[in-house]
Design a protein around this ligand. Structure first.
Ligand SMILES: O=C(O)c1cccc(C(=O)CC[C@H]2O[C@@H](n3cnc4c(=O)[nH]cnc43)[C@H](O)[C@@H]2O)c1
Length: 247
């Protein structure tokens, strides 16, 4: 049977998926609220991680250790960068993740972790500094499924930050550091932990806002989360069919 874990930082990022899959509470998660559903012979575990990289990484570690999933899916909302081709209500699929504000502020500008020279991950012939790779085949399948389902979706690099970019200028600064289509606060942490455990990871977010001067009246959390959860409810069925489990 295959096992898929879906993580999100806030309750509203999972609530519609829990209803769509008839999930029920799974006791024993301690501080980590868990739900479980059966979908086409696969087990889906939903975890509410809390906001930010520390919460996401500690949850992902517990989940990988305890449940040894065949696939990790990180979801929620996110901000779209100018020039990404994304607008509010669209879907963004990550082809890679990035620890976009971990580095060194030097007298001549911001530099990434390669300046320090100590990788955040070393293994399988790779030394990774800021950029965390994701499973491209899984990402492409998600993009195809979104397009076929009539969703407007863009695939590209995601940037994970500790400080949300509440100005257009900060968005431009991040794009000078790394290419990016979508900003969020947890993705690179989940991707890094999944990589450490050798588990493929997919990240799909609904665009709730543009990365611009902060104006909450322009945010559409409900719409973005409705779109991404409607997409995932369908895509999880496909993944449940196709994700190989332990015999
Ligand atoms: O009030 C704010 O300024 C604010 C900033 C970022 C996020 C929020 C939320 O209420 C949602 C938390 C959740 O959303 C992800 N998210 C959504 N948009 C962005 C963004 O533009 N930059 C970074 N993260 C974003 C994030 O992953 C959080 O988990 C409110």
């Amino acid at each position: 049977m295959s096992r898929i874990i879906v993580t999100a930082s806030t309750r509203m990022e999972l609530s519609e998926l829990l209803v769509a899959t008839s999930a029920s509470a799974l006791p024993g998660g301690g501080h980590l609220p868990l739900h479980r559903a059966d979908l086409r012979g696969a087990e889906i575990i939903f975890a509410l991680t809390g906001l930010g990289k520390v919460n996401a990484a500690s949850a992902a570690t517990l989940l990988c250790e305890r449940y040894a999933p065949d696939l990790m899916v990180n979801t929620g909302c996110g901000g779209a960068f100018a020039g990404s081709g994304l607008t509010v209500g669209d879907l963004a699929v990550a082809d890679s993740e990035c620890l976009a504000d971990e580095g060194v502020q030097t007298p001549t500008g911001w530099r990434g972790l390669d300046l320090i020279g100590i990788p955040v991950y070393e293994g399988r012939g790779e030394r990774l500094f800021n950029r965390i790779p994701l499973d491209l085949e899984v990402a492409r399948r998600a993009l195809d499924c979104a397009m076929t389902g009539g969703f407007k979706a863009v695939m590209g690099p995601f940037l994970t930050v500790s400080t949300c970019s509440g100005t257009a200028r900060q968005g431009e600064e991040l794009l000078r550091r790394f290419p990016g289509v979508c900003e969020n606060m947890e993705g690179a942490a989940v991707a890094q932990v999944a990589l450490m455990y050798g588990i493929p990871c997919l990240e799909v977010r609904g665009i709730s806002n543009m990365v611009e001067d902060r104006d909450l009246s322009r945010w559409e959390l409900k719409r973005a989360l409705g779109e991404v959860q409607r997409f995932l409810a369908g895509h999880l069925e496909q993944l449940a069919d196709k994700t190989p489990g332990t015999p």
